[in-house]
Design a protein around this ligand. Structure first.
Ligand SMILES: NC(=O)C1=CN([C@@H]2O[C@H](COP(=O)(O)OP(=O)(O)OC[C@H]3O[C@@H](n4cnc5c(N)ncnc54)[C@H](O)[C@@H]3O)[C@@H](O)[C@H]2O)C=CC1
Ligand SMILES: O=C(O)C(=O)COP(=O)(O)O
Length: 529
């Protein structure tokens, strides 16, 4: 039974879902804040469910010897070292929509609170001061809202702001002009937004490109008296520059849900009167927490129990519907990769994967990942479909994918070619109606061979007597032949024998086969069936 650790506070409904799906679960909501403890126990788990308090660092991942999946009950994954997880073959998934409405509503609440100084007015009134003249607000109607990052949350904020009769500008390099028209925002460059916005709200992920998007220079370009809302990530604003700008009056107010250092228990911004702070509450509503908890528990369970992948950030999704259709082709791709990988002795420069017929129409990315896994497994035992594409890239392997829709003799086939300095070696296979993989071509030579766990691969010159000699030798060696497949280029040309055997050949036995008259290469191949 797979075992999952929940290391942050998530809705108890998730625990029930894990159990109902046959997944064992430990709910230790304080462990996420204790890096040492997390690293100490993570080795026991196949899955990890987190929110933002758990920092899944390289060190934690190094200790995660059994971990297969990290599920973020929420959106931002800047607390997970995704490259380290990918290299270790661990899927990282999030719940991209579960808390977006809630977070957008928090941003709007923060904007209105800022416009009317609600927290301070509240504190003053409770203190019995009745300072009616002190709290002069601003209307948002007809004001300009600048949204930096117009994805899921930014778009919902835009919609709600339009309801408040605001004019909305958006800076987002990935927002298409058509989409901007559709959602009724004016797509602008950052400098334009900075110069024109009365309110600026941030909704990008924290990445190296977005870090300090509101830097001292950017803040200097804003309209004097701008109000800034950040319900995305702390690192998006240079906090020192914001502090200075709030003091100088360049920025009239800031509403911050997120901070560079969290938990934020001391921060110079807390001392300023025109600042509103909440403790990373963007996603904290009953509805959103229920959504993300249920979803993450379902996603993690589905991956661990069936291999279904949804909302992974480091692997293409495989839906429950396509999983059964894809599985035989993923296995075929891995076997072709393994076939070619085991025959390759020099360093691999590139891999070409061709898909022809019906398979060309399917989701080929998992098949490419599986093929690369097969190719590299003889060298790197713990490579898997998640880590293989990244490892191939890191090693400078060129990966080319070709899809052709026309059909040849087979309804569909995959050809994998490994390119080394010396040669190109291609091997092609198909899936028969019974779902079984078949090799149909090796190095341009047609044959039809079932792949079995232990095989002997022999190349030779096509001369009379070879098959007899090989069969006799295998008999003398006490090796039982389960299946004997032959193919040749042309009469007297290169020929290949692919022999399924019971048991495995020793080096010594292989040496004797290689020494047979006419044999060019003899190799023992193993396949995980
Ligand atoms: N305060 C909280 O509790 C919560 C915070 N968040 C934060 O909100 C962020 C945004 O969430 P979603 O809207 O769901 O993500 P999303 O991926 O749908 O949208 C992000 C948008 O940012 C844009 N973007 C990326 N790089 C950019 C750049 N350099 N400049 C301008 N735009 C850029 C993208 O094109 C995308 O449209 C999350 O990454 C997370 O960090 C999310 C949920 C709750
Ligand atoms: O979903 C996100 O990105 C969030 O920031 C929400 O964080 P949380 O789950 O409330 O710790």
């Amino acid at each position: 039974m797979p075992k999952v650790l929940v290391s942050d506070k998530i809705s108890p409904a998730a625990i029930e879902i894990f159990k109902a799906n046959g997944v064992e679960v430990d709910y230790l909501p304080d462990v996420g804040k204790d890096k040492e403890k997390l690293a100490e126990i993570i080795g026991r788990y196949d899955g990890l469910a987190i929110r933002s308090a758990t920092k899944v660092t390289e060190k934690v991942i190094a200790a995660a010897t059994n971990l297969k999946v990290i599920g973020r009950a929420g959106i931002g994954v800047d607390n997970v070292d995704i490259p380290a997880a990918t290299k270790k073959g661990i899927i990282v998934m999030n719940t991209p929509f579960g808390n977006s409405i809630t977070t957008a509503e928090h941003a709007i609440s923060m904007m209105l609170s800022l416009a009317r100084q609600i927290p301070e007015a509240d504190a003053s009134t409770r203190a019995g001061k009745w300072e009616k003249n002190r709290f002069m607000g601003v209307e948002v109607t007809n004001k300009v809202l600048g949204i930096i990052g117009c994805g899921n949350i930014g778009t919902i904020v835009a919609d709600r702001a339009q309801g408040l009769k605001m004019k909305v500008l958006a800076f987002d390099p990935f927002l298409s002009p058509e989409r901007a028209v559709e959602i009724g925002v004016e797509k602008v460059e950052l400098d334009d937004l900075l110069a024109r916005a009365d309110f600026i709200t941030l909704h990008t992920p924290l990445t190296e490109q977005t870090r300090n998007v509101l830097s001292a220079e950017a803040i200097a370009k804003t309209k004097k008296g701008v109000r800034i809302i950040n319900c995305a990530r702390g690192g998006l604003i240079d906090e020192a520059a914001l502090t200075d700008a709030l003091k100088s009056g360049q920025v009239a107010g800031a509403a911050l849900d997120v901070f560079l250092e969290e938990p934020a228990t001391a921060n110079p911004l807390f001392d300023l009167p025109n600042v509103i702070c909440t403790p990373h509450l963007g996603a904290s509503t009953t509805e959103a927490q229920e959504n993300v908890a249920l979803q993450v528990a379902e996603q993690i369970s589905a991956y661990l129990m069936t291999g279904e992948i949804s909302n992974a950030l480091n692997f293409p999704s495989i839906t429950a519907e396509e999983a059964p259709r894809l599985t035989p082709f993923i296995r075929l791709a891995e076997m072709l990769g393994s076939f070619a990988g085991q025959l390759t002795e020099t360093s691999i420069q590139g891999v070409r994967i061709e898909f022809e017929g019906a398979v060309a129409d399917m989701n080929t990315r998992p098949m490419v990942a599986a093929a690369l896994t097969g190719v590299m497994k003889p060298l790197l035992a713990d490579v898997n479909m998640v880590s293989a594409p990244q490892i191939a890239k890191d090693r400078g392997m060129q990966v080319e994918t070709v899809t052709r829709e026309q059909q040849g003799a087979y309804e569909n086939y995959i050809r994998l070619t490994v390119i080394t300095e010396r040669q190109e070696r291609g091997v092609a296979g198909t899936i028969f109606a019974n779902g079984k993989p078949r090799i149909i071509q090796v190095k341009g030579i047609n044959m039809e061979a079932e792949l079995t766990p232990s095989m002997l691969y022999v190349t030779n010159e096509d001369k009379p007597g070879h098959i007899g000699r090989l069969g006799t030798l295998l008999g003398d060696l006490g090796i039982n032949i389960a299946n004997f497949n032959l193919g040749r280029m042309d009469v007297g040309g290169d020929a290949i024998a692919l022999v399924s055997i019971d048991g495995e050949l020793t080096e010594e036995q292989l040496g004797r086969i290689a020494a047979l008259e006419g044999v060019k290469q003899a190799k023992a191949l193993k396949f995980n069936m």
